[in-house]
Design a protein around this ligand. Structure first.
Ligand SMILES: Nc1ncnc2c1ncn2[C@@H]1O[C@H](COP(=O)(O)OP(=O)(O)OP(=O)(O)O)[C@@H](O)[C@H]1O
Length: 589
């Protein structure tokens, strides 16, 4: 049971709670078995009267004996109910607490995983682990754990009574038990891979759904509704088929176990009756045995269900624990960064995502407070270089230094706090504009938010919105235009007030007016900061202290706008192309 062991290991801190819950389960089953014995004693009272079992305890009057039985029954039922209440509360609370911890740990771990992990896993699959699989833990602890304990205890307690009353009969009646146990474990081994396939299939559906809901506008624009519905059909059908394989096996087990139980019951009924008829056991004992066979063997039918639930939950928990065990690679710990000036140097950087080299021997130095730009063909490695600075990935060789300190040695939160980053894909939260600008802060300082918005030239459009800074912008900022989202992302980076600003194509998806606005704010925000800009529109970076032209992972030219024009290389050609296009546009207008 490696999965259960892993779960125990994880849930060490809840051992005491689990022990208390188990104690209540045991007490509940103890009180639950007693009524069967009381039936036997009642029969004994009615049949044997003054010589009954209770009479031997000193209560000779039969009616008094019955009254005593009545009081004991009330006490037993009360005890059973009380412990049922307690075990339910304890198991359920344990389930909630453990599930809460596991969900949070898994999510926090996922946040630390390298970007490459997400590139190789579908978001839907991760969602199904973080949500569905973790919820399985609740199901198991709410019902399964208690059932396992109760089946075990009731079997032990009933068989003890059996052996006490009629050892010979007990051996025969219990003969099917090993068979039943063997059947349950055989079943568990067989069903495990089928449930693993079901969880996998559930992840695929979740992935597809997630992908389609995110891309719903594209689906509509391409009238691809039927096409995508067919994909969902395939995924859902696969889920149905994998489930059918699991259902087929899981449905067969209960009838099989029931037959094994039947044999035990018939033996007790017939052979026990024979012993009673010949006076070898009393009528009361016979009644107890007949009732106890039911109590002894019937819970074992539940074993199959329990094994089923257990296996389903363990498969799910295994996936969550595997996720928790996936290595982080880039460690968060390191030296504190202290006061940042913003001097950067990249020394002989080599990097490849997989096999193919993306950055080849890049070396450059950026003095604190300078603005530098990276331009060049698409796919030449500009964004990748900036991502290495943020340590989204680590270089294969070479080093990146901030104020002379090796970036790998710096505590990751310190490093990232020192850098303001506006990426190509702007991610905004489903919150108000103010909360988005002050992202990550619980107390929003409105004057700082407004100042950041002004610097990003976003204040005007925000003021025009009916709810101003309190406007809710929807999931991923859907209720804003592309340009507005860009300006908001810029405002958010400015609000952070970092010493190093990284702008990856902040002007790529915007209109001319926004481009001009961003250009103005760039000039403002670059003051007193080291600024790295990736730009496709060369006009936005012509004032940079240095422009690096990249081609196929290498810096092929570097210098100011004027020097690069004079050099008449790729930059000059690109500039002519872009300004030429603009002149043509101007003529057309
Ligand atoms: N996560 C990734 N996994 C694998 N390959 C990647 C990944 N990201 C980028 N690449 C590849 O690395 C190369 C450089 O990409 P990068 O995004 O750095 O280029 P870029 O110069 O910023 O391009 P653009 O100007 O189009 O944004 C490209 O060939 C790209 O296909």
């Amino acid at each position: 049971m490696p999965s259960l062991r892993r779960l125990f290991q994880y849930a060490r801190q809840y051992r005491r709670d689990a022990f208390r819950a188990s104690f209540c389960s045991v007490m509940n089953v103890f009180f639950d078995i007693l009524p069967e014995i009381l039936i036997g004693i009642a029969v004994d009272v009615v049949v044997n009267r003054e010589t009954s079992f209770i009479a031997t305890l000193g209560v000779t009057d039969s009616f008094h004996q019955l009254l005593y039985l009545g009081v004991i029954t009330v006490f037993i039922w009360g005890g059973e109910s009380l412990f049922q209440y307690f075990y339910q509360i304890r198991w359920r609370n344990l389930a909630q607490n453990l599930q809460h911890d596991l969900r949070l740990d898994a999510y926090c771990h996922v946040q630390k995983l390298p970007l490459s992990y997400f590139e190789n896993k579908s978001t839907g699959k991760l969602m199904s682990i973080l949500n569905d699989d973790i919820n399985q833990l609740e199901r198991f602890l709410n019902g399964g754990a208690n059932s396992i304990i109760q089946v075990l205890c009731s079997t032990l307690m009933c068989s003890s009574v059996f052996f006490y009353i009629a050892p010979q009969l007990a051996l025969i009646a219990l003969a099917p038990v090993p068979l039943i146990l063997f059947g349950a474990f055989w079943f568990q081994r067989r069903i495990a891979p089928r449930y693993a396939a079901v969880r996998e299939a559930a992840g695929v559906i979740s992935g597809r759904l997630n992908n389609n809901l995110l891309g719903i506008a594209t689906i509509k624009a391409f009238t691809a509704e039927n096409f995508e519905a067919a994909h969902i059909f395939d995924a859902s059908n696969h889920y149905r088929q994998t489930n059918a394989a699991a259902i087929q096996l899981s449905s067969a087990i209960i009838p099989i176990i029931r037959m094994a139980i039947l044999s035990g019951f018939v033996v007790t009924l017939v052979y026990g009756g024979y012993l009673a008829l010949h006076g070898q056991i009393g009528v009361g004992s016979y009644s107890v045995l007949v009732f106890l066979t039911q109590r002894l063997l019937w819970p074992l039918t539940g074993l199959a269900d329990i094994a089923d639930l257990y296996q389903r939950s363990m498969t799910a928990i295994e996936r969550v624990l595997d996720l928790l065990d996936s290595p982080v690679h880039i460690h968060y710990e390191g030296k504190p960064l202290g006061q940042v000036k913003g001097a950067l140097s990249f020394e002989h950087i080599h990097f490849a995502y997989g096999e193919q080299a993306v950055l080849k021997d890049i070396s450059l130095h950026i003095s604190a407070g300078q603005t530098v730009a990276f331009v060049g063909a698409t796919g030449s490695g500009k964004s990748t270089l900036l991502k290495l600075l943020l340590r989204f990935y680590d270089a294969n060789s070479g080093s990146i230094k901030i104020d002379g300190m090796e970036s790998k040695d710096i505590a990751l939160p310190d490093l990232r706090r020192a850098i303001g980053y506006v990426g190509q894909d702007v991610f905004l939260s489903d919150a108000s504009i103010a909360q988005n600008i002050a992202y990550g802060q619980s107390d929003v300082d409105m004057s700082a938010v407004i100042a950041a918005a002004r610097a990003a030239e976003a204040h005007e459009f925000i003021e025009r919105l009916p709810q101003g800074y309190d406007t809710q912008i929807g999931e991923r900022g859907q209720k804003l235009s592309g340009g507005q989202r860009q300006r908001l992302a810029l405002a958010r980076a400015i609000f952070k007030d970092p010493k190093i600003m990284v702008l990856d194509e902040a002007t790529s998806a915007v209109d001319n007016e926004t481009e001009a606005a961003i250009q103005r704010s760039l000039d403002k925000i670059a003051k007193g900061r080291t600024t790295l800009v990736v730009a496709h529109r060369l006009s936005t970076v012509r004032n940079a202290h240095c422009i690096y032209v990249m081609e196929q992972g290498e810096v092929v030219e570097a210098g100011t706008h004027e020097i690069l024009l004079e050099a008449n290389g790729s930059y000059a050609a690109l500039w002519r192309l872009q300004t030429g296009i603009r002149e043509t546009e101007a003529v057309l207008i």
